[in-house]
Design a protein around this ligand. Structure first.
Ligand code: GLP
Length: 244
């Protein structure tokens, strides 16, 4: 889906999410959303907040699972994805606090494995992810699944690529302050979602969007593994879709 700009595309994604939330509400069921961070979903979350405030869209039945978090990082650090989600979405809507799940960047290293396994279990227990929202890294990562991530990977601790640390360094004072590790849902975790929407804006994303959508299916471009899913949509602005 190629739109004139990120704003129009984000509004269309917000509509899809709102429809799903309302459908599930009518069925008396929870709506399980997989959520992303980074700059790409900012307009989407702003639109969802607007729909909550102006159109009465309720998040009471929403259960959310975030894709990833730096490790280690304080939950309230400026760069933490925990903080990002609260300030861009959760603090402004009526989602129940107990329904929010974000990988914990503060736990002790010897507990990370158990934390990741428990995260997977919580997703299963919630009935699986109904809709997974994704951004895409310049190197093709989804969540923090860097190139080389296995198709069968689950939520785990991962070493960030230098290119990712460099790309994300604008959020920190220097690149050396960007954590070297992160906790991320795996490729398998993502592919288990019933529906997937990937967002990409701007000319810098054009080459990787082309590889992901039209190139070979390879673990070297993790987003290309999405081609194996039967309900995945890419939402782009004209610049990000210009090499398709
Ligand atoms: C970040 C995040 C991803 C995000 C991607 C693109 O490092 N871990 O979840 O999708 O890189 O970020 P942005 O949306 O800022 O371009």
């Amino acid at each position: 889906h190629i739109y004139e700009g990120a704003k129009e595309a984000s509004a269309a994604i917000a509509k899809t999410i709102a429809t799903l939330i309302r459908e599930k509400q009518q069925q008396g069921k929870p709506c399980v959303l997989g959520l992303a961070t980074g700059s790409s979903p900012r307009l989407l979350y702003a639109e969802l907040v607007r729909m909550h405030k102006e159109e009465g869209l309720s998040f009471q039945n929403v259960i959310s699972f975030n894709l990833d978090e730096y490790y280690p990082i304080d939950a309230d650090a400026l760069q933490s994805y925990n903080r990002f989600m609260h300030s861009n979405l959760f603090d402004h809507v009526d989602i129940r606090r107990e329904n929010i799940h974000i990988p914990d960047g503060t736990i002790a290293k010897d507990q990370v494995k158990a934390h990741c396994a428990a995260y997977e279990e919580k997703i299963e227990k919630a009935g699986g992810i109904d809709l997974q929202i994704l951004g895409i890294g310049n190197n093709g990562h989804i969540g923090f699944n860097e190139p080389g991530s296995s198709l069968f990977s689950k939520t785990r601790l991962i070493t960030l690529d230098n290119s990712t640390r460099l790309a994300n360094s604008f959020e920190f004072q220097t690149v050396s302050q960007v954590p070297r590790l992160a906790i991320t849902m795996g490729i398998q975790t993502i592919l288990k979602a019933k529906k997937i929407i990937l967002m990409a804006w701007g000319p810098l994303k054009a080459p990787v969007v082309q590889l992901a959508a039209e190139g070979a299916v390879t673990e070297q471009i993790p987003a290309s593994l999405l081609q194996q899913h039967d309900d995945v949509s890419f939402f782009m602005d004209t610049a990000a879709g210009s090499e398709l």
